[in-house]
Design a protein around this ligand. Structure first.
Ligand code: ADP
Ligand code: ADP
Length: 218
């Protein structure tokens, strides 16, 4: 299966991607995680991306698309993948369609939209903590790790992302509404959009997501 997750920052894409990808045994490809890894390791790509990420702007399409093209060409993505955080605008969606068709002879199976209102998204983002080692996300109130500051999965250190500060959160929500939300109509027009209510406990959202994807499995 070739799945794209869409939804505003803080909707729970990373959280759900983790469970969905392991349930379906496909790789999770998170452009945000790949960028953060490159920023942390001060690579050429990280240097290019950092200023945009710090402001909450999208990294330029040519940088992002080149990175995704390389990742999709890797062997583990041949049988399917779950894209989390890409595409983020209509030009990226157009290019993704072209890469899949021309270079890999594939097309997307389904696009899953996580629907959450803006107040909840702000509550989720302000308490988000991310594992430095395995990228798993937690929340200080909603999904607390058993020991504060430490990832239950791998024992890594949890940190608050620089772009999860109030002013940057506001800007990222504007960027979502102006640049990313048009993807909803784009994929609805393609007939591959499925939306689910992404509020309530994490496990319930996962159940809803897996039920919504069920008709496409196989
Ligand atoms: P969120 O958890 O808020 O959805 P991500 O971790 O997906 O955020 O992305 C963090 C930042 O990385 C974005 O604000 C943006 O600067 C950059 N980024 C991630 N994916 C893309 C993309 N597809 N296009 C451009 N920039 C991206
Ligand atoms: P995204 O990748 O869409 O930006 P995340 O998966 O990083 O979103 O989730 C944002 C924050 O909300 C994290 O701190 C996460 O623990 C928390 N969260 C995710 N799903 C839920 C949920 N169903 N209920 C409450 N908090 C959640």
């Amino acid at each position: 299966m070739r799945i794209v997750l869409v939804g505003p920052p803080g909707a729970g894409k990373g959280t759900q991607a983790h469970f969905i990808a392991s349930h379906l045994a496909i790789p999770r490809i998170s452009t945000g995680d790949i960028f953060r890894y490159n920023v942390a390791n001060n690579t050429e790509l990280g240097v290019k991306a950092k200023e945009y990420m710090d402001r909450g702007d999208l990294v330029p399409d040519e940088v992002t698309v080149a990175m995704v093209r390389d990742r999709l060409a890797e062997a583990d993505a041949k049988a399917g993948f779950l894209l989390d955080g890409f595409p983020r605008n209509v030009p990226q969606a157009d290019i993704l369609k072209k890469i899949l068709a021309d270079e890999l002879d594939q097309k997307l199976t389904v696009v899953l939209e996580l629907v959450v209102d803006e107040d909840e998204v702000v509550r989720r983002l302000s308490g988000r903590r991310t594992c430095r080692r395995c990228q798993r996300v937690w929340h200080v109130l909603y999904e607390p790790p058993s020991q504060p500051g430490i990832c239950d999965d791998c024992g890594g250190e949890l940190f608050q992302r620089d772009d999860d500060k109030e002013v940057v959160i506001r800007h990222r929500l504007e960027v979502y509404s102006s640049q990313t939300s048009p993807l909803i109509e784009f994929y609805a027009d393609e007939g591959i959009l499925v939306g689910i209510d992404a509020t309530g406990p994490v496990e319930e959202v996962t159940d809803r997501a897996l039920s919504a994807l069920q008709p496409y499995v196989g």
